[in-house]
Design a binder for this molecule. Structure first.
Ligand code: TNX
Length: 468
């Protein structure tokens, strides 16, 4: 702020009378919702007030948005009196460094961009078939082997076979110190970093590192292509201990109250055809394969709950019965979210229809980089409503908020990442923050024109729809 306003930013407990216009950040004593703030611009200067540091942080971000895209010394601010607070507590964005590794600096940059939009949760998808991205001291092969794939499919993975591969090794991982750095960077910006270890499916990278985790004991490579994978963890007690060990290290590094354990797209065919898994299902008395998945998720829930954390899982965790303390991230539409909220569980709405930022954003595919499919134009993100009409007011209180998913299969560089995220994330941020009654698509578009310039001044590539 200092250079843009042409005078140093002064942080005072009290406004100092007679010293000319100043920017004053003030902690108020009055009790108020945690993230609420007031922002006043008048002849005395700018006053930012909140009962909390978080509220002051958001007030600063709002002030930046009141400045012209390229503010300079002598910039004048219009008078304003704003009293603001978010509609939802969970305003999230999911990032997927598992499919294409993102160096720490890229993650930090994304956190900065989230904070600018008052988004406050970064869900980090740390493991998948194509790569394991977090150092686990007890199982070094997870990153020594699992963080690296020999090659990657070229083009879309649903193109007719045979596929071409790029013959280029790809990989990388975050050391535990890297993770701590990401956490601290987020905390300083009021962004909670929520880690995800995806289980029991999406585990081919781990099975490549430790074949005893799988069902046939055979070697398999870290997966070099995209799409739903048939591999799934076995259900031996040793494997469940492995998962517990991993989550214990995850909890050491990530103080987040929520830990995501995936649960999505766990194809059960290997379980169905394995005599040993069938025996385990009988041993455990969990009925069938869905019951077995619920059993495993339940074990994770017990561990996380014993450590004062809350389990998050994709909506498939409903299938064999929902674990007692689970929060559901509803991605296959909102119906999983509705079901969970009606059962009295917390819910985060992340439906593919409105929040999948990896989908195309314009009907003309030629004007954007290769995407997984779908079509999610900006206007549709802006029309996203996290509270479905099926929920009563009481049930709706379980909807903590929503989040935008940036799956990484087809994100190979920063420009592709930026232009998939922006400006759609701006629309999502407004949906999650502002009162529903104030939503106004023409007005949003008008304001966005300036905001896009602001983002571009920061070096962010925003997608622009072709004219006409
Ligand atoms: C489904 S959404 C997945 C991901 C893919 C994504 C692509 C979810 C929980 N699982 O593994 O990357 O679709 O859009």
């Amino acid at each position: 702020l200092a250079p843009v306003l042409g005078r140093p930013l002064r942080i005072l407990d009290q406004a100092v009378a007679g010293t000319g216009p100043a920017i004053v950040l003030q902690r108020t004593a009055a009790p108020a919702p945690e993230e609420a703030y007031r922002l006043t611009v008048d002849a005395q200067g700018v006053r930012l007030e909140s009962a909390t540091g978080i509220g002051l942080g958001w007030a600063v971000q709002s002030l930046v948005q009141l400045l012209p895209p390229r503010a300079a010394g002598g910039t004048e601010l219009a008078a304003a009196a704003i009293a603001d607070q978010p509609r939802f507590a969970w305003r999230g964005a999911m990032l997927d460094p598992a499919r294409h590794f993102l160096p720490v600096e890229e993650v930090l940059r994304y956190i900065d961009l989230l904070a600018r939009h008052k988004l406050n949760r970064l869900h980090l998808h740390l493991t998948d078939d194509q790569g394991w991205r977090m150092e686990i001291r007890r199982y070094p092969r997870l990153t020594a082997v699992g963080a690296w794939r020999a090659e990657t499919v070229v083009g879309h993975s649903s193109a007719p076979k045979p596929h071409t591969f790029d013959a280029t090794p790809h990989g990388g991982f975050y050391t535990q110190d890297d993770c701590r750095r990401i956490v601290a960077y987020g905390a300083a910006r009021h962004v909670t970093v929520v880690p995800e270890i995806d289980l029991p499916g999406h585990m081919q990278a781990a099975i490549a590192a430790y074949p005893w985790l799988g069902n046939d004991g055979k070697d398999c490579p870290v997966y070099p292509t995209w799409g739903i994978n048939p591999h799934i963890l076995n259900a031996e007690e040793r494997t469940i201990r492995f998962l517990e060990d991993v989550l214990l290290e995850v909890m050491e590094v990530f103080p987040s109250p929520w830990i995501h354990v995936g649960g999505d797209e766990a194809v059960k065919d290997e379980w169905k055809s394995s005599p040993r898994v069938q025996e385990r299902i009988r041993e455990l008395g969990c009925g069938d394969e869905h019951g077995l998945q619920s059993y495993i998720i339940g074990r994770m829930d017990a561990l996380l709950s014993a450590h004062g954390r809350r389990l998050l899982g994709w909506d498939e965790i409903l299938e064999g019965g929902l674990s007692p303390n689970a929060t559901v991230v509803s991605w296959r539409g909102v119906k999983g979210g509705i079901e969970a909220a009606k059962l009295g569980h917390d819910v985060i709405m992340a439906p593919g229809t409105h929040t999948y930022l990896d989908h195309y954003q314009h009907a003309d595919q030629a004007c954007q980089s290769l995407s997984i499919g779908g079509l999610l134009p900006l206007e549709k993100v802006y029309a996203f409503e996290p509270i479905p009409p099926e929920l009563s007011a009481d049930e709706a209180r379980h909807v903590l908020g929503g989040q935008g998913q940036l799956w990484g299969e087809y994100i190979c560089d920063r420009e592709q990442l930026d232009s998939k995220a922006f400006p759609r994330l701006c629309a999502l941020a407004e949906v999650l923050w502002s009162p529903k009654e104030l939503r106004d698509w023409p007005d949003f578009q008008r304001r966005l024109a300036d905001h896009v310039k602001r983002l571009e001044a920061l070096g962010v590539t925003c997608f622009r729809a072709p004219a006409g």
